[in-house]
Design a protein around this ligand. Structure first.
Ligand code: FAD
Length: 97
């Protein structure tokens, strides 16, 4: 039997926190976890003013998704349409940066 697939769109605080909790709660056999994100990092928005002020470097407010999400498959791109009834998400793929 195929595992159910859980798809999260967007690697903001909500998406990443949701996937971290799912990784803790579900065994690998229970579900496949997939994240759709145009980038392979999470940007810490509240720290952007510190970057603008020169207190922090841009690199220090961009956290690698692969380090935060150990067993979530990252699908590089953006969701351009969702049909919830048909359980289909259309993704425009991009190269992860
Ligand atoms: C300068 C600044 C300072 C802030 N300071 C604070 C603070 O001090 N305290 C506080 O509580 N909050 C603060 N906030 C607000 C806080 O950052 C947001 O509330 C929080 O980021 C919301 O998280 P989210 O996951 O809901 O959305 P977002 O962080 O907006 O994440 C959404 C993600 O989804 C991605 N996405 C969108 N559409 C698509 C698509 N179609 N396909 C794939 N990916 C997609 C986006 O690229 C983004 O990465 C601040 C915000 C800013 C900009």
């Amino acid at each position: 039997m195929t595992r159910p697939k859980i798809l999260v769109v967007g690697a903001g605080f909500a998406g990443v926190e949701c996937l971290q909790r799912l990784e803790r709660k579900l065994s690998p056999g229970e579900a496949e976890l997939v994240l759709v994100s145009p980038s392979d990092y999470q940007l810490y928005l509240p720290l952007l003013p510190h970057v603008a002020a020169g207190v922090l470097t841009p690199q220090s407010v961009a956290v690698s998704l692969r380090r935060r999400l150990r067993r979530t498959r990252i699908c590089p791109g953006g969701a351009i349409g969702i049909d919830a009834k048909a359980k289909v998400c259309v993704i425009r793929r991009s190269r992860a940066r």
